[in-house]
Design a protein around this ligand. Sequence first.
Ligand SMILES: Cc1cc2nc3c(=O)[nH]c(=O)nc-3n(C[C@H](O)[C@H](O)[C@H](O)COP(=O)(O)OP(=O)(O)OC[C@H]3O[C@@H](n4cnc5c(N)ncnc54)[C@H](O)[C@@H]3O)c2cc1C
Length: 377
Amino acid sequence: MDIIGAGIGGLTTAIALQQKGIATRIFEQAPKFKPIGAGIVLASNAMQVYQKLGLAKEIAAAGIPISTMHLTTPQLTAFSKIDLSHFENKYNIKNIAIHRGKLQEILVRQLDAKQIHLNHQLQTITEKDAGYLLAFKNGETLFSKQILGADGIQSKVRNSLFDDTTIRSSQQICWRGVCEFQLPKKHKNIFTEAWGKGNRFGFVEIAPNLVYWYAVKTMEQAYGSYTTNDWPSLFTNYDSMAQELIARTPKESIHVAELTDLLALKKWYKKDVCLLGDAAHATTPNMGQGACQAIEDAYVLAACLQQTAQEEAYAKFQQIRQSKVSYIVKSSWNFGKMAHWKNPLAIGIRNNLLKMTPDFINRLQIEKLFQLETISG
Ligand SMILES: Cc1cc2nc3c(=O)[nH]c(=O)nc-3n(C[C@H](O)[C@H](O)[C@H](O)COP(=O)(O)OP(=O)(O)OC[C@H]3O[C@@H](n4cnc5c(N)ncnc54)[C@H](O)[C@@H]3O)c2cc1C
């Protein structure tokens, strides 16, 4: 089986399939594994999958456990505090914040180097005989009978073989960075997101004295016209720690992205081809669930492929996963919009409502994210 894309989704799928005795080849466009300087939060649902794959301990040891989530004002006064200990006890696993590079290293180590083909950017994919001809930018071509498209939101596999899809811009721009910083004790093991007017700033420790931060702003001009020189001034009304985190991060390592998602696809599969992760159902990152959903996909898809033959397995995979990912894509979109309100009166009401939300309501909402689907059969 051939996987296009060695992101978190592609690598985790290869590991899950390997554990079911299904061999894969992975084709990745990057000439080498070069992690972007950013962190990621692996929520309980993703960590439950890694526990099943036998990787949770190693991942947890390379990251930092997160037991509380805070929503705060720009001056870091919390108006919503969500304690995750209920879920830690229920699932016997913690949410982990980790450097993306560390996670990638751990995943790659589980696979045979010979099965990962770097510098293989898929350029065209054509139906031929009872399979597909894959042509790569490096001049190589090969025949494949079964393809998994794990090539992200701009998926070449999807764009070549599936009906037109729409990538939707949230009109928000995000800068991310990682810097060495001694986070005060009161902020440790907490994921904090501060909400301003039309912007927000989040940070979390991902290794001892290493902090991942991100800054998001509603775009008032074209995406490409923002430069790294003008943007730090956009966050000057935030707590001085935000300024310090930004200032300590080498400019050239700051990663910028427009926050987008994918309008729902009717079908994630077609004969011997199946999409997964962002290629199938990219979401805005406002609920920190994009990679977590790709990881859940990997586990469910491998279980389905072990049980049944190809197209039937893909149909079952989509049927199991679709409802949860649709909920996340929709909720994440709305959450991101709500976080960027600008009207001070509306902001006041919103913050008070979030403050007054009873714990059991928060738990019900989080449970929808953390609970894995049952795979029958
Ligand atoms: C600002 C931001 C913050 C985020 N924070 C979180 C978080 O805290 N928690 C979380 O769960 N998610 C988070 N996400 C979402 C997460 O990053 C994605 O959902 C996740 O990376 C999707 O994984 P994937 O493997 O499906 O796709 P990708 O990570 O996009 O990987 C696709 C891979 O395919 C390769 N590829 C692409 N095209 C080709 C081609 N033609 N040929 C060969 N290879 C190709 C790419 O190089 C890449 O390696 C965040 C996203 C953003 C933008």
